[in-house]
Design a binder for this molecule. Sequence first.
Ligand code: FAD
Ligand code: NAP
Ligand code: SF4
Length: 691
Amino acid sequence: MNHSVNAPLAGQAPYPRLLAPLDLGFTQLKNRVLMGSMHTGLEDGRDLSRLAAYFRERAEGGVGLMVTGGFAPNIAGWAKPFAGTLSTSGAARRHRVVTAAVHAAGGKIALQILHTGRYAYHPLAVAPTALKSPISPFKPFELSSRGVERQIRAFVNCAAKAREAGYDGVEIMGSEGYFINQFLSAYTNHRADEWGGDYSNRMRLPLEIVARTREAVGTDFIIIYRLSMIDLIPGGSTWDEVVTLGKAVAQGGASIINTGIGWHEARVPTIATSVPRAAFAGITQKMKREFVAAGIRTPLVTSNRINTPEVAEQLLADGFADMVSMARPLLADAEFVKKAAAGQADQINTCIACNQACLDHIFKNRLTSCLVNPRACHETELIYRPSPKRRKVAVVGAGPAGLTAATLLAERGHAVQLFDAASEIGGQLNMAKRVPGKEEFNEMIRYLRRRVEVTGVQLHLGTTVQATDLGEFDDIIVATGVIPRDPHIAGQDHPMVLSYIDVLRHRKPVGKRVAIIGAGGIGFDVAESLVTGDHSTTLDLPAWQTEWGVTDPELATGGLRPDGPAASPPERLVTLLQRKEGKLGDGLGKTTGWIHRAALKMKQVKMISGVNYERIADEGLLVTYGEKRENPTWIACDNIVLCAGQLPLRTLADELQAQGKKVHLIGGALEAGELDAKRAIDQAARLAASI
Ligand code: FAD
Ligand code: NAP
Ligand code: SF4
């Protein structure tokens, strides 16, 4: 795909293909945007009013069709104990608050039926064969053939209840390695009865589910089937099998075929920020060609790492699919479609694919939200009301905390002046955006810059604020961020020693052998930058595919290269160190830490834990090991980069407080420990809502 579609010119209809209606015969979708299914945590429990508020905002934002997070059709299918389930008329009545809210806002919504099979995190799991998955501690029970029948009936019943609840349709979850996928693959299905053996038997389950669901719900109800187009596991489906199933499901009653990419146990990143935009759209395009050749007109939806209207429009223009699924981008901005339609795509709050507040939260049993939009899933409690009184507010520091506070306060009607010592806004985001694989941070800065313009914040760059400069303000917000922690290592004034700021911001030259002191988020990012150099594979799809061992599923089963990943050689030999014992990168995100570790291993980064930093000298870095400081070893290197954490920069706040002034502290200036942009933005948003 070329990414050449630009923002529309004045007078030109914006994104004509993305915003074109889609006729399903019995109903029409107002555009080609499908909000993909995401579990938020609001699905669990009896009260669905917060889920209703969340979907209502997105319906008001103009999405063509939304899909809920997964609801289990029965207890066996639960993702975890007491997960959201739809199997009774009582439950259907409780869902009416959701469907009514969406319909009142002019939207359409389908309920996803998710049976987790052996991925279930509870002891009642069932599967075609009793094989434990690598991502759940529970071994499933093998279903008898009557048991299989019961699961099919549960799917059908769930769809009927969804109709009763007022949903416009259902999505049958057939991908990502869940129950249906487990029947499809010989890797997880070792049965010898009519549900196992050759492919025609293994695919019987989804075909039965789709056909019987269609029979139960009638012809005027949307059935989306989420088809695993590339499994990304050894022993996954062949392309022929995927095509056979796709065609059979389309002809067997599905209204729309959505794209699923990779089983959850796959060791290939599929949605992380380092995955190139639209990296997997080519697979949907292959299916589209098959459908066209067979005269099948069922619309196909493409998915994964599509986060701007430009990319979505281009995919449709190039015939990759008939619709585009965007899930997290609708968490990041409920008004994505509305802004695109109004020619205001530059005001869209873009999902940076970090997973930090969405997927990582779900894995910790926390409610989903969004790093760039803390209101997501908190619509009923984080409200930015117009202020009854206009106050004069000074915000010092234009990092994510200061920018968020300043723009929200200005939007609420306050007179806001924003100061930063630097010549550009963004604070540390300007370093993050330079890390290969983190290019999406540019979008965050673009959005915040545009927000400053739109909300009328008065911005003063290149202005280092002293306490005496802030006279006549009603409120002062200090968002001055952090300073690097000094690790006090003997010899650290040696010219070979650099800080992460020297490397990432000042671009100081770095030699070929490097030791990095500190393996937190920044240590990992510096290592990634040093081994990758200027060629980010996130911006080069073929190179990224080679790096992660992904290939055309027609050439290799499951889309995995038989010879595995083949990263290019590292630009530098890097040693990454920490004092703690144990695995490096343990504190990184649950859903992305493994990717960072795997990427550095592929680039031969040596990871060493449990060290003491004894001394820096011409020979390099002298370390010892353990409490007894044993085994002194020189790590020979040309440069040493300090990434030893951060401390709050509070000079200004202390001076102001010494003068008796009340200040609001947010972001790094308040607390640097474990600070990230998520916490900085969330604090700023909550403060701005309250002044
Ligand atoms: P900062 O971003 O530090 O901004 C503070 C601003 O205040 C600066 O612009 C500074 O110039 C200004 N300032 C200071 N003193 C004064 C003064 N007296 N007068 C005027 N201006 C002043 N976080 C994540 O969540 N996810 C990531 O993937 C991630 N990656 C990162 C990668 C790197 C390489 C780095 C360095 C950081 C990363 N972070 C990440 C952390 C994130 O960027 C910070 O947590 C966040 O920027 C903190 O925001 P802040 O607004 O508190 O402070
Ligand atoms: P960090 O995550 O706290 O890591 C600091 C590292 O320095 C640790 O490895 C620590 O390990 C080491 N360290 C601490 N004190 C030291 C000392 N006195 N001497 C030597 N080493 C010391 O901080 P960071 O890497 O600077 O990152 C700052 C913030 O940005 C983090 O809170 C992080 O969340 C955020 N960030 C996030 C991402 C992301 O991908 N989500 C990426 C980059 C940054 P030992 O104490 O074991 O040596
Ligand atoms: Fe996107 Fe990150 Fe927000 Fe999740 S938390 S929706 S990945 S920006």
